[in-house]
Write a protein that binds this ligand. Structure first.
Ligand SMILES: Cc1ncc(COP(=O)(O)O)c(C=O)c1O
Length: 368
């Protein structure tokens, strides 16, 4: 399988593709912070001061003051006992799987959503207990499968907070409810963090603002989507941090996040906290597109997440949509995962920076 054709960004909402300047609804940069002047400045200053990389893992000589500063800001932003910065979001999940498998807590079984992100599925292998897959976002199916393992009391649940491909928000409160008390809920909130919830703390704040009674929450996330930078983070109780620092293979054996990306992520967290207009604009744009599509008769899910996803079971359908998008000056963001049997689908990520005219063009292309 070949890689898709490369795409050259032009500005916050345009890319150059096959010689044309097209409006871009791809990716996950929901606030287009990757090119925000404050982030660019923080990054440039850190590169000038610290160089490009740290040259070592955090457990050796690669622990940088900006990592500590970012962790302090993450702890406050997400209101958690500890935050640990890791090289990227995929690695954060691997490190977390290793930490949970290292004996800090013993689990009888691990339950994972059938569509969990690849990194969660890989991470599950490190936990070292039986793995049970339950039906996508289905609390009843989870309860049924739990009932078959009556003697298991220490359960670890793994799920994405928001499924990035479809924008579906996981009903985490319903899932947590069926778990025995003392269970641990691990939410990979790569997409929800910075987007959902009153304080943008993510899916759990959006779905279960007062948390889960009797079940412990652990979260992992990326710094490369809503936060416009690069890197990963693990958010959770103090015992988890301790476990991560006790001979974790990723923390010990992988170069730490370049300080410049940590500085940019820290700036992004500050912007999202102090500029509520960004999140309001993102919500307004999302509501506009989804309401317009619904009014035109398109079956759009009820998710408030800024993603519109359309399945294209037949190649002809995909070609027709591609032509309509190109005719409207929009980049045809068609996705086909090589490892999945699933059909190709079009995914459109709405951002806070798209103009009304661009959003109207998208709605027009999707509802001819
Ligand atoms: C749900 C989820 N988890 C983890 C990751 C990996 O994050 P990163 O790109 O920072 O490695 C992604 C990225 O695509 C994701 O969508």
């Amino acid at each position: 399988m070949k890689l898709p054709q490369s795409i050259q960004p032009v500005d916050a909402t345009h890319v150059r593709y096959r010689g044309r300047r097209l409006v871009y609804f791809g990716g996950c940069d929901y606030y287009r912070l990757t090119r925000h002047p404050h982030l660019l400045k923080a990054h440039a200053q850190a590169v000038a001061r610290d160089g490009l990389g740290t040259g070592a893992s955090r457990m050796t000589t690669g622990n940088h003051p900006t990592h500590d500063a970012l962790e302090a800001v993450l702890k406050k932003f997400f209101d958690c006992e500890s935050a640990t910065v890791i090289g990227d979001g995929y690695l954060a999940n691997i490190a977390l799987g290793q930490a949970l498998g290292s004996g800090a807590k013993a689990f009888d079984a691990l339950f994972i959503d059938e569509y969990a992100h690849l990194s969660l599925r890989d991470a599950a292998k490190f936990v070292g207990c039986p793995v049970v897959t339950y039906r996508h976002c289905d609390g009843d199916d989870l309860a049924k499968r739990l009932a078959k393992r009556k003697n298991d009391r220490q359960i670890l649940l793994l799920t994405d907070g928001v499924f990035g491909a479809t924008g579906r928000i996981t009903p985490i409160a319903n899932l947590a409810k069926v778990l025995p008390h003392g269970s641990v809920v691990w939410v990979d909130d790569a997409h929800g963090a910075g987007v959902l919830g009153d304080r943008l703390r993510g899916t759990v704040e959006h779905v279960a603002p007062s948390g889960f009674k009797g079940r412990e929450l652990i979260q992992s996330t990326t710094l490369s989507k809503a936060f416009g930078s690069y890197g990963g983070a693990i958010l959770g109780p103090t015992w988890l941090r301790k476990s991560l620092l006790d001979s974790n293979r990723v923390v010990t054996g992988s170069s730490s996040l370049p300080a410049a990306y940590a500085a940019a992520a820290k700036t992004a967290l500050g912007l999202l906290r102090t500029r509520p207009g960004l999140a309001k604009r993102l919500q307004r744009n999302t509501v506009f597109v989804k309401d317009t599509l619904r009014e035109s008769g398109l079956a759009i899910d009820a998710s408030v997440f800024p993603v519109v996803s359309l399945n294209c079971p037949a190649p002809k359908e995909a070609t027709v949509l591609r032509r309509r998008l190109l005719a409207n000056g929009i980049y045809p963001s068609c996705i086909r995962y090589p490892s999945d049997k699933a059909d190709a689908f079009y995914r459109f990520a709405i951002s806070s920076e798209h103009t009304s005219a661009q959003l109207e063009k998208l709605a027009e292309a999707l509802c001819p």
